[in-house]
Design a protein around this ligand. Structure first.
Ligand code: ADP
Ligand code: ZN
Length: 216
């Protein structure tokens, strides 16, 4: 099974990807994770991408395509994979097509995770993080016992992240919709997309994705 996954920030794409791959026994190939690992390891690739990533920009198509081409030719990918974070541009989608054609493989399903923008704003607006130890909370769903004080480490450093504030979230969502739309359309034209609503519990979404895979 060869899968792609798209979804806006805050929609729970990472959770769904992790659980689907664990259940199906597929490698979860996340380009973001691979690049972060390269930066952490101080590799040649890491040195090339560090600046762009820190500035919140996209790594060049050429570079990321090389990384993915290498990865998809490693032994553990023979039985399939789930690609998370790639493709992000049309040239990347075309390069993936060309590579798969060369390998006599094809994408089986493009999973599109959907959650209403307003719901994402509510979720992220409630998210709180401890600056001291990294523990996360939710103002409504899992609040700290004492306002602003971390249950885990006791420091009064539980705050809202700047990029979780509603205005910033809305602009991140607008960017996602604008950038991802042409890609989703590219796969829609090939009849490969299926949308899954993740407004509720991720477990239900994972079950729906697995049912869709079983039906193919
Ligand atoms: P996000 O923080 O948007 O969830 P990821 O964790 O998928 O993003 O990726 C983190 C960073 O890695 C991106 O901001 C970008 O700089 C780089 N990156 C990951 N995948 C790609 C890609 N397919 N094309 C270009 N850059 C990428
Ligand atoms: Zn803490």
């Amino acid at each position: 099974m060869r899968l792609l996954i798209f979804g806006p920030p805050g929609a729970g794409k990472g959770t769904v990807a992790k659980e689907v791959t664990a259940a199906e026994g597929l490698p979860h190939i996340s380009t973001g994770d691979m690049l972060r690992a390269a930066v952490a390891a101080g590799s040649e690739l890491g040195a090339k991408v560090k600046g762009v990533m820190e500035a919140g920009g996209l790594v060049s198509d050429e570079l990321i395509i090389d990384v993915v081409e290498d990865r998809l030719q490693q032994g553990d990918t023979a039985g399939g994979w789930l690609l998370d974070g790639f493709p992000r541009t049309l040239p990347q989608a075309e390069a993936l097509d060309a590579l798969l054609q060369k390998l006599a493989q094809r994408v089986d399903l493009v999973i599109v995770i959907e959650v209403a923008d307003a719901t994402i704003v509510d979720r992220l607006a409630g998210r709180r993080v401890c600056l001291a130890c990294g523990a996360t909370y939710h103002a409504t769903f899992s609040p700290t016992k004492a306002e602003g004080v971390c249950d885990a480490c006791g420091e009064a450093k539980v705050v809202q992240r700047e990029d979780d504030k509603p205005d910033t979230v809305l602009s991140r969502l607008a960017t996602y919709h604008e950038k991802t739309k042409p890609l989703i359309e590219y796969y829609e034209r090939q009849g490969l997309t299926q949308s899954f609503d993740n407004s509720g519990a991720p477990a239900a979404t994972v079950a729906a994705v697995r049912a869709a895979l079983a039906a193919r």
